[in-house]
Design a protein around this ligand. Structure first.
Ligand SMILES: Nc1nc2c(ncn2[C@@H]2O[C@H](COP(=O)(O)OP(=O)(O)O)[C@@H](O)[C@H]2O)c(=O)[nH]1
Ligand SMILES: [Mg+2]
Length: 321
């Protein structure tokens, strides 16, 4: 059983030693623990510090590519390294690495594909009231979209089983955590939550510049997830909404035509026009729903092919070692 611990880093020379020193050296039922450091265009001594501390596996981005891409590249490399379980933590020592054995346990026991460390955000002292509120609201919306019951969907302290890592195909440039939670739920992966306590804050989050920026970007991810996984739910609801709305002025028009005994209804064309526009919008929504659903089916077929390709690639690499 091989565990790969990924640490995406953007200039973390100061806090990285703390992170690496607190990673357990051995875990029951795990034969090998390797650290994979993703140097996302670091301009400080992060890489040298990591090498001194014994890290052997690196991905280097010559230019900063952002956390989502770092995550994607890390996931693929970890699979190529032969990982059976992949753990993700951060370079700012925000998460308690000592808890990694608890994080991987449900996967080792075949009880989970994705384990999320729940930061229990409502109890974190340095989170402002507004941050706590938006965290709660965002999580509630995500749970509706994904059909899950995850208390902390954006926690960056997670463990993925090999199967989950192979089957997940995150595409967004932001919110990789939200996106993989939604994808895991839609792919029927078992998600287990482990409560954790975050370490005292050493620096401010660089990812979330403001709550608004985070809400805006996360909303895009959630809406896109709806379009990707449940397009009919979205477009058919829109279609039904426009249909009902469009029928109101049309019924109104017919009523006026009959009640005013004006067979041509020439004086009430506005109602007819409005009704026609809304019915066309309804028709377009239904049509988009059908097209989006066909694309969804196509994508799931492509993902099945990707899964076979990735498995072949990994087993080919294993044989050639
Ligand atoms: N902010 C940021 N972090 C990155 C980037 N690439 C890698 N990281 C690493 O991703 C982790 C999360 O960043 P952080 O600023 O702590 O944001 P947090 O998720 O709000 O805690 C850290 O380990 C960073 O070093 C990037 O482009 N921007
Ligand atoms: Mg952090």
């Amino acid at each position: 059983m091989k565990l790969v611990i990924m640490i995406p880093c953007l200039n973390e020379e100061e806090t990285l030693p703390l992170v690496i020193k607190t990673i357990p050296k051995s875990i029951p039922k795990v034969d090998q623990i390797e650290i994979l450091l993703i140097d996302d265009g670091c301009t400080d001594k992060t890489v040298e510090v990591a090498k001194k501390l014994g890290v052997k596996h690196f991905i280097h981005h010559t230019k900063n590519q952002g956390l989502s891409r770092s995550f994607r590249h890390g996931l693929n490399r970890a699979l190529e390294m032969g990982a059976d379980i992949i753990v993700l933590t951060e370079g700012d020592n925000q998460y308690p690495q000592e808890k990694i054995p608890d994080l991987v346990k449900p996967i080792l026991n075949n009880e989970a594909d994705l384990v999320i460390g729940d930061r229990q955000t409502q109890t974190i002292e340095h989170f402002s009231t507004s941050k706590k509120f938006f965290q709660k609201l965002g999580t509630a919306i995500l749970n509706i979209a994904a059909g899950t019951n995850v208390p902390d969907a954006i926690s960056g302290f997670r463990a993925y089983s090999k199967l989950a890592a192979i089957q997940l195909n995150p595409v967004a440039d932001y919110s990789w955590a939200t996106e993989t939670t939604i994808q895991a739920a839609h792919k029927g992966h078992k998600i287990v939550i482990i409560p954790i306590k975050t370490n005292p804050k050493l620096r401010n989050s660089r990812q979330f510049k403001s709550s608004w920026q985070h809400i805006r970007k996360s909303s895009v991810t959630i809406v896109r997830a709806f379009i990707m996984y449940r397009p009919y739910a979205l477009f058919f609801s829109l279609g039904a909404f426009f249909l009902v709305l469009g029928l109101i002025p049309i019924v109104h028009y017919l009523y006026l035509v009959i009640s005013t005994k004006n067979p041509y209804g020439a004086h009430h064309l506005q109602s007819l026009l409005l009704g026609a526009i809304l019915l066309i919008a309804s028709f377009i929504s239904f049509t988009l729903g059908v097209i989006a659903d066909l694309i969804r089916i196509n994508r799931s077929l492509i993902e099945d092919q990707l899964e076979i390709l990735k498995k072949d690639h990994i087993s080919g690499l294993k044989k050639s070692k």
